[in-house]
Design a protein around this ligand. Structure first.
Ligand code: FE2
Length: 421
């Protein structure tokens, strides 16, 4: 039975629906690994296909990266951590690339400054494509030729490399949408794109009784190190909203002066509202008194029944206060999601929680450069749970901990509410 399924769907399907599904068991064969590798690498190029060379170069803000840079960086990751240490006689494609395409791995050497990635006009997109092909051939050859001992060493590096590339596949879409939103002609990534169908439930709350639960990754299948160790937590009693907060809910918040009422906001949040001039979620435009928003399909009317998206933690927190409710903690979210209480937990918007991004009890980052993957970011950020419409299929899970700074809103971020009796 193949470990990887690749679905080829029409371009107008949501990006996540046509992504490869990555599920590799401990018994996966070399052919399984090569199939998984090729499926993920192909998905990156599929997401790039609608974009011109000019699209691939633009960097619309320091937090976003050019598409060309993403395509090269995920390739450097395999070159740096898989091929250079383990492929005898591997020829590095270009000695200058590690400086250009290392992101934040201090242990892996010096790197170009992030806010200036949009200035890297060379290598051009064709050279980056050739870089990808060079590394792909070497990875396939390494997996095929490795003896059993080396193959066992390669598998965990391959696995994190593939999940890493899937993370960047989501960032490619969030970053290009931000770039398109700066363009007065508001280009469509895919004019046939539509928001995925939601469960569309009424605003009902599910009861979560007080109890001790285990959260975190249980050791079955891949996870990032920040999802463990699994540990016991006291949760509830709490009532958690089955559905996501919608655009219609948000328009009521706006009409009630939500963005003009300082008592609804955290101090830093109110400062952000003033500094950024926020009056609505990201990518919303008011045209002749009606609200529109930019999506992958271009500019269209705001649908009040769809989940609200592109809001910061500060906005989510202010909305919850206005509603007389709270944001869930990440433990409340995980326990409720595992219990099947949450509609649209995955595949629409990442959901802000009120939990700061901190290490779980007993967490230790791994030694070496790959130990820099998560642990060093565990301060000043907030946890988001679930997954978004841009998350590749098979990438999300109940224990997944996404994290962003509280002012960020270019990701697909929304919320659901809880009520503590
Ligand atoms: Fe990365």
């Amino acid at each position: 039975m193949p470990a990887v399924t690749s679905r080829v769907l029409k371009r107008s399907d949501p990006p996540s629906a046509s992504a490869p599904i990555l599920q590799l068991s401990a018994a996966a064969s070399r052919a399984d690994w090569i199939a998984a590798y090729e499926a993920v690498r192909t998905e990156t190029e599929r997401r790039t296909a609608p974009l011109s060379a000019e699209d691939q170069l633009v960097q619309s803000m320091p937090d976003a990266s050019p598409i060309k840079w993403h395509r090269a960086h995920v390739t450097w990751f395999f070159e740096q951590f898989l091929l250079v240490p383990h492929a005898a006689n591997y020829r590095v494609f270009d000695e200058r690339f590690p400086f250009l395409f290392n992101s934040y791995y201090v242990s892996a050497g010096p790197r170009y400054e992030r806010p200036r990635r949009g200035l890297i006009t060379r290598p051009d997109v064709e050279t980056v494509t050739a870089y990808r092909q060079h590394v792909d051939a070497a990875v396939r050859a390494l997996i095929t030729a490795a003896d059993n001992e080396l193959f066992a060493t390669l598998c965990p590096i391959l696995e994190i490399g593939l999940h890493h590339e899937q993370q960047h596949q989501e960032l490619m879409l969030t970053d290009i949408l931000h770039a398109f939103a700066q363009n007065p002609v508001l280009p469509a990534y895919d004019s046939g794109w539509r928001w995925p169908v939601t469960a569309g439930t009424a605003c009902a709350f599910a009861e979560l009784a007080e109890g001790v639960h285990t959260i975190g990754h249980d050791g079955d299948g891949f996870s990032y190190d920040n999802e463990g160790p699994a540990h016991r937590v006291l949760v509830g009693p709490v009532r958690i909203a089955r559905r996501l907060v919608t655009n219609g809910d948000w328009m009521r918040f706006m009409a009630d002066g939500g963005y003009e009422t300082p008592t609804l906001w955290l101090s830093d949040g109110w400062t952000a509202v003033q500094a950024e001039g926020w009056k609505a979620p990201g990518y919303w435009r008011e045209v002749d008194g009606a609200w529109f928003r930019l999506t992958f399909g271009g500019l269209g009317p705001v649908d009040p029944d769809l989940p609200v998206c592109h809001i910061s933690y500060y906005e989510a927190d202010a909305f919850a206060r206005w509603a007389g409710k709270h944001l869930p903690s990440e433990a409340e979210w995980e326990v409720a999601a595992r219990s099947g209480m949450l509609d649209d937990a995955f595949g629409h918007v990442w959901q802000w929680t009120r939990s700061a991004y901190l290490p779980y009890p007993g967490y230790r980052a791994a030694p070496g450069a790959l130990g820099e993957y998560n642990g060093k970011f565990m301060v000043n950020q907030m946890v988001l749970r679930g997954s978004s419409l841009a998350t590749p299929g098979g990438h999300a899970r109940y224990s997944y901990r996404n994290f962003f700074y509280p002012q960020a809103r270019w990701q697909f971020t929304g919320l659901r509410l809880v009520d503590h009796p």
